[in-house]
Structures are given as C-alpha cells and as structure tokens.
Design a binder for this molecule. Structure first.
Ligand code: MTE
Ligand code: MO
Length: 199
C-alpha cells in the first residue's frame, strides 16, 4: 500500500506551499493598529534615514516619487495567523534610499508617526526585499493601512511593516522595537514560525 500525501510530490498544491506553518489564508485585509490612525498629509510627509554617526538624509513626498517606482505582488503574513496571497503594492525599494546613504551599520530601527517602532537587520531592507509602499491594489494606500506610506517587508511577519513610516535609525547594536520589547520574536520569520521570544 502506498499513500501519497498532498504536497509530498513536488508542488502540486502551490497555495498550501505558500502558507507558512500555523497560518490560514484570508481574502479580507484586517486592520491591526496599536493606537489611533495618524493623518499624515503628503505635503508635509518626509522620510529620513539617520546613520550611526548622526548624519541624516531626508526625502520629501515629491523626491520619493521621483525615485524609481516598483510594482510588487507578494504574500503577507500576520502573526495573528492570517495570510493574504498576491497583495499588489507600488512603491520605492529601500535600496534606492539606502544607496544614497553611507553607513556601516548592521541594524535599523523603523520609526512611525504615532511612536510605533520596529527593528530589523539592515540586510533585510536591502536587495529588493523591502519597500516604502504608497499604493495598494492600484489605489493610494488608505490611512488605516498606513497611508500615505508604510514600510513593506513581506518576508517577515507583518508587524515589521511599519505603517505611517517616517524614518530609519541605523545602528551598530540591535535595539528591540515596540512589539519586540514586549515579547514578540526579535526577527519574525514566518517560515520558521518565529512569533515570540524563544521560538
Ligand atoms: N505604525 C504602526 N505600524 C504597524 C502597526 C502599528 O500598530 N503601528 N501594527 C503592525 C502590525 S502588528 C501588523 S499585523 C500590521 C498590520 O497591517 P494592516 O493594518 O495594514 O493589516 O501593521 C504593523 N505596522
Ligand atoms: Mo500584527
């Protein structure tokens, strides 16, 4: 007797192959915010990268829009266990910002309007793995989902994708952000199910 389990022989079930352990797929797009939704007009919007030596470089909305724009279609995974396939975003790769910055830092703390922070290794923001996203599914990103612009780092749990992003602080030492300092995993790889410290 031979039994075949789905997915055992190659990629016959691509959708389940795309679902990290402990996640379920959803069509909806839940909103998860720790506080009120900040209203950030594009007229006053800016994005600032501050290096470990204290140098900083800022972009206005118009300057950000003059950088190369990319469309990305990607799956996103929230630590509360929903995953959403094929989300379509438009924005600017972090590579485009970081190539204008001189740094030897290894870590970044992402800062948002409203005070939210999250940390990640700088290399997770490089090589076309992360974007400042301003458009979702063809429309300007709505305020509740982080508009006018949020970080998008789809290879990590979605708490790393800071909404209403306004800057990066580059550091030599890793500094836990908002959720990371209250027990969420420091790195947050959905494929290794890194939900909490110790996972
Ligand atoms: N500024 C800010 N960014 C944030 C959050 C937040 O509370 N504030 N929540 C995070 C969490 S826990 C998740 S799951 C996602 C949710 O994004 P969504 O509301 O667009 O689904 O945003 C992340 N980015
Ligand atoms: Mo979350």
């Amino acid at each position: 007797m031979t039994s075949f389990s789905p997915g055992f022989h190659g990629r016959a079930h691509p959708l389940t192959d795309r679902l990290p352990p402990g996640q379920y797929p959803t069509e909806s797009f839940p909103v998860l915010s720790t506080g009120p939704t900040p209203q950030v007009p594009t007229e006053t919007w800016s994005f600032t990268i501050t290096t470990e030596s204290g140098d900083s470089r800022s972009w206005t909305w118009g300057q950000m829009m003059d950088l190369p724009q990319q469309e990305t279609v990607t799956d996103i995974h929230c630590v509360t266990r929903w995953s959403k396939f094929d989300t379509r975003w438009r924005g600017v790769s972090l590579d485009a910002f970081l190539e204008e910055v001189e740094t030897s830092a290894e870590y970044a703390v992402v800062h948002s309007h409203g005070g939210y922070t999250t940390n990640l290794p700088l290399e997770d923001l490089l090589d076309n793995k992360a974007w400042i996203a301003h458009t979702y599914d063809g429309y300007p990103l709505s305020p509740e989902h982080g508009g006018p612009a949020r970080l998008l780092v789809p290879h990590l749990y979605l708490w790393k994708s800071a909404k209403w992003v306004h800057g990066l602080q580059l550091t030599h030492d890793d500094e836990p952000g908002f959720w990371e300092s209250v027990g969420y995993h420091n790195y947050g790889d959905p494929w290794r199910e890194q939900r909490n410290w110790g996972d």
